[in-house]
Design a protein around this ligand. Structure first.
Ligand code: GLU
Length: 445
């Protein structure tokens, strides 16, 4: 059987880290099994879905490198859903209901006060043809529910193992609203059948849906695919992640300088038995991916941990991999500059600060002008290399008696204008003799 999985977001908002984690799991699963990854836009809610959000989702996935092999949008497929509706109506699995929202609320309240689960009582199934006709004559268009079997639905979940849902404890799901629009439940099954989806990997908030959907697959004459329900990501305090939280959007992470592979590495390992370490290539994540490594508890997302991983990833990136980005940032220092700067950045744009120190003007900080002038005098002649700093500071130490912090800090402050930064042995050859000399003499060059 060929593996085809799908990521099925609704384009009603920006996608956030939780959604992308699901996308990544599906993408990795497809690639680990030589399969295909589909992007499906669940846009049956035409009022809330927008092209701008759809474009945003595609842009985010492309930025992360999660290319899709297939794509579809539900708003193109209403005819297909209509055919499924006819089939379910004729087999008696889809039935019209006329209760208003308030009536249903009231029923649920009464059930709760009697200590009963708030399951729909199927009163609509008891209506006679005459009662239905009179309700419709009063202007009450029906909504439509799928009639669950009342039997247990069982499957072997790729993540949760053996799952049993007693459908007798579940309300018959509404598939079509009173205004004729589809909820996602039926279109999703029709798509999964038509696009031969082999595995549905999604959040555990869908476990109950899955039981109903398995019965819908069967009642449409199709074998259900395999299911895997992963624990959700929560905020640091255990709260659900919301699309409304703009800071969790992929767009805002991109703007904050998070590298796509930092986010991929983080989300692929968060909530698994593997340590969270940077990986430079999706290939590495494919090789390490296994749904069996997922913990059963929800995983907490801490933006600070992501930032640390981003810094760690940058510290390990080779010059060749960042050369284009450095050029975009107007940084032209070659491999030697990258080697000096990379351990002192949290995001790539931070190199600009160190680049200014190497190539632009700074305000040297000098406490003892005479001592600094002496150090300037002792600067070695000829080209500087990674040995120059050692030789120079030894000479200053011998000549002035300064050592340790009292030797290194004044030099750093004079040459860079800052009290911290990349290794001076690497920075000095980049700054060069002329600038170093001038800065020690108090010039801003
Ligand atoms: N549009 C649904 C959601 O975002 C898709 C769920 C599924 O993967 O079936 O929750």
């Amino acid at each position: 059987m060929s593996v085809i999985v799908r990521f099925a977001p609704s384009p009603t908002g920006l996608i956030h880290v939780g959604n992308v984690r699901t996308a990544l799991m599906n993408w990795l699963y497809a690639h680990a099994h030589g399969g295909q990854f589909m992007l499906r836009l669940d846009d049956t809610d035409v009022a809330r879905s927008t092209q701008a959000f759809a474009d945003g989702i595609k842009k985010d996935l492309a930025w992360l490198g999660l290319a899709h092999d297939l794509s579809a949008r539900q708003s193109d497929r209403f005819d297909d859903y209509e055919r499924a509706v006819q089939s379910l109506k004729s087999s008696g699995r889809l039935y019209p209901c006329y209760e208003t929202g308030e009536e249903l609320d009231l029923k649920r309240k009464l059930q709760r006060t009697r200590g009963l689960p708030p399951v729909y009582d199927r009163a609509a199934l008891e209506l006679s043809d005459a009662e239905r006709a009179s309700l419709e004559a009063e202007g009450g268009a029906p909504h439509w529910r799928f009639k669950l079997s009342g039997n247990p639905v069982r499957w072997t979940d790729l993540i949760r193992g053996e799952v049993t849902i007693e459908t007798s404890n579940v309300s018959d799901p509404i598939l079509i609203r009173q205004d004729g629009s589809f909820l996602y439940t039926l279109p999703s099954v029709v798509d999964d059948i038509d696009f031969s989806i082999s595995h549905i990997i999604r959040g555990e908030d869908h476990v109950t849906n899955s039981a109903a959907q398995i019965e819908i697959f069967e009642s449409l004459g199709a074998a259900p695919p395999s299911f895997g329900h992963h624990p959700l990501l929560t905020g640091a305090g255990g709260e659900a992640l919301s699309k409304r939280l703009g800071s969790l959007s992929i767009e805002s992470m991109r703007e904050e300088g998070i590298e796509p592979m930092a986010l991929n590495s983080f989300l692929a390992k968060l909530g698994t038995s593997d340590p969270i370490e940077p990986r430079q290539k999706l290939e590495d994540l494919i090789n390490e991916f296994n749904l069996a490594k997922l913990n059963r508890a929800p995983a907490k997302f801490d933006p600070q941990d992501l930032k640390s991983l981003n810094a760690k990833l940058l510290h390990e990136v080779s010059f060749d991999e960042v050369a284009d980005k450095l050029k975009e940032l107007g940084v032209d220092g070659g491999a030697a500059f990258w080697d000096a700067a990379r351990t002192n950045i949290e995001q790539i744009a931070d190199v600009k600060e160190w680049w200014t120190i190497v190539s632009g003007e700074i305000n040297p900080v000098i406490e003892d002008a005479a001592w600094a002038a002496k150090a300037a005098e002792l600067l070695p002649q000829g080209d500087f290399d990674d040995q120059t700093w050692g030789a120079w500071t030894t000479a200053i130490k011998e000549s002035t008696g300064a050592k340790g912090r009292h030797l290194f800090m004044p030099l750093r402050l004079a040459l860079t204008g800052r009290s911290h930064g990349p290794e001076m042995a690497k920075m000095l050859p980049l700054i060069g003799r002329e600038k170093a000399h001038a800065r020690l003499m108090g010039s801003t060059i």
